[in-house]
Design a protein around this ligand. Structure first.
Ligand SMILES: Nc1ncnc2c1ncn2[C@@H]1O[C@H](COP(=O)(O)OP(=O)(O)O)[C@@H](O)[C@H]1O
Ligand SMILES: O=P(O)(O)O[C@H]1O[C@H](CO)[C@@H](O[C@H]2O[C@H](CO)[C@@H](O)[C@H](O)[C@H]2O)[C@H](O)[C@H]1O
Length: 433
């Protein structure tokens, strides 16, 4: 089956997935014309390592001749056509957008655009893909919309659209409002939401602060670009997000069940061999909590790179949860401490990532990094309004252990030179009691 080589090179392709086992094409968004140029959305089924199926959305443009500048987007050759990744092909993006904008384009199996607030797509808008490597593919449309095509798709609501719409309806200022979405049958394919061209993300802000500190080492509180006030505002934005999501429903989970879930996830990571015993002790502590744990819809994969500092405050985006997890699992209620732990992990990553990249002497870096993280994590927790009770401490610690073990495998697969960041954190977390 074709396309395998291209898929395997993409950041959005899950590294452990195996061979392509099937491909379905939606009706042409643009039928091949006299020059042989055509565009359609294709859904590619891939066997995962466990034998389950995962479906990838791969919009494809067909051309008779090589198109200059698209060398890295070439996916395949088929029946005399060169097949490109349509989201990286400007003409093809225009054809896809025009197909979505056309209310008269009917037909079974077509991708359909819908909106809660009457937003209409401009088929003539300039489209520019975002360059950052991500789990999905995002394209700026005109100067105010972001068009995010989900790469892993499945039956049922995608939480990014589902939660985004619900939060947008409340007028929430802690998210980027959703303006529309695209689906075929019960499969969500893409969403359109407000684009903030002047914003920068929390990851860049945090690292700027760390750079400032490394340039003039001292207590983190004296860094010119101290991040603590922003960290506190970010904590407040995440608290607002959780409050609004809580309105969608709450439940309680038995601590034993929660601990079992974390235990199973940990056992599936490469850290389980070395740290299995210590992690089991931590999860036992969670299982032993006397009170049930409150659960609700959460972000599910929160880190600094999913927060945007706009002129009117922090906004959180990418509410789809862990892209590689099945959709129904991503929609399950969870503890808010999963999200808070994700942010604490990110605040730990920031100083080490800068230090590793510039080669700071570990003896110099270690105290500076610890001070920076402690200061900013405390500010974040204070802004969030976290209480300092034992149950919270246990939940936060267990979720940080869970996230750090996930991160070790993520780094080994994508950025091996950073694997020491979560590995060292895991060691610290498991030594604490
Ligand atoms: N509303 C927005 N305005 C400006 N930039 C954004 C916005 N949303 C996301 N981004 C940028 O787009 C990138 C990709 O977004 P994200 O939702 O994280 O994609 P993915 O699901 O592929 O991880 C982010 O790293 C961020 O820098
Ligand atoms: O943004 P995604 O949903 O694709 O999340 C994945 O990639 C993230 C990296 O881009 C990864 O985050 C890890 O690295 C971040 C720094 O780059 C750090 O801030 C996070 O704390 C750390 O987890 C994320 O885990 C992964 O799911």
């Amino acid at each position: 089956m074709s396309r395998d080589g291209y898929l395997r090179r993409q950041r959005w392709f899950v590294g452990t997935d195996r061979e392509v086992v099937g491909r379905r094409a939606l009706p042409w968004s643009r039928e091949p014309d006299a020059d042989g140029f055509g565009v359609r959305i294709e859904l590619v089924d891939v066997h995962t390592a466990t034998g389950a199926l995962r479906t990838y959305q791969v919009p494809a443009s067909y051309r008779r001749e090589p198109f200059p500048g698209l060398e890295n987007a070439l996916m395949d050759e088929e029946d005399g056509y060169l097949v490109y990744d349509a989201l990286l092909d400007a003409h093809a993006r225009g054809a896809l957008l025009a197909g979505l904008a056309d209310d008269d384009a009917q037909g079974a199996g077509r991708a359909v655009f819908a909106s809660d607030d009457g937003t209409r797509l401009d088929p003539a808008a300039v489209t520019v893909p975002l360059v950052a490597e991500q789990s999905n593919t995002s394209v700026v449309v005109g100067d105010s919309l972001l068009w995010k095509s989900f790469r892993i798709v499945g039956s049922g609501p995608n939480p990014d659209i589902e939660l985004g719409r619900a939060l947008t309806a409340t007028g929430a200022r802690c998210v980027a409002p959703v303006r529309g979405w695209v689906g075929v049958g019960d499969v969500d394919l893409a969403m359109f939401y407000d684009y903030y061209p002047s914003a920068s993300d929390g990851w860049d802000g945090a690292r700027a602060s760390v750079r400032d500190l490394l340039a003039d080492p001292g207590p983190a509180s004296t860094a010119g670009a101290d991040f603590a006030a922003e960290a506190a505002r970010l904590g407040a934005a995440v608290a607002q997000l959780h409050d609004l999501l809580r309105r969608m429903g709450t439940a309680t989970a038995d601590p034993t069940q929660l601990a079992d879930r974390l235990r199973r996830r940990f056992e599936a990571t490469s850290s389980s061999q070395r740290w299995g015993h210590a992690a089991a002790v931590a999860f036992d502590e969670l299982a032993g909590l006397a009170e049930p744990v409150a659960v609700q819809r959460v972000h599910g994969d929160l880190h600094l790179g999913q927060t945007l500092r706009t002129v009117d405050g922090w906004r959180v985006f990418d509410l789809e949860g862990e892209p590689s997890a099945p959709l129904e699992r991503r929609r399950e209620p969870d503890s808010v401490w999963r999200d808070v732990a994700g942010m604490l992990r990110s605040l730990d990553y920031a100083p080490w990532s800068v230090g590793l990249q510039v080669g700071t002497d570990p003896d110099v870096l270690t105290p500076l990094a610890r001070d920076w993280t402690t200061r900013n994590a405390s500010a974040f927790l204070e802004g969030y309004g976290a209480t300092a009770d034992r149950a919270t401490w246990i939940l936060l610690r267990c979720h940080q252990i869970d996230k750090a073990a996930y991160e070790v495998d993520y780094e080994l697969a994508h950025r091996p030179s950073w694997a020491s960041i979560p590995r060292d954190a895991l060691q610290r977390l498991l030594a604490a009691s």
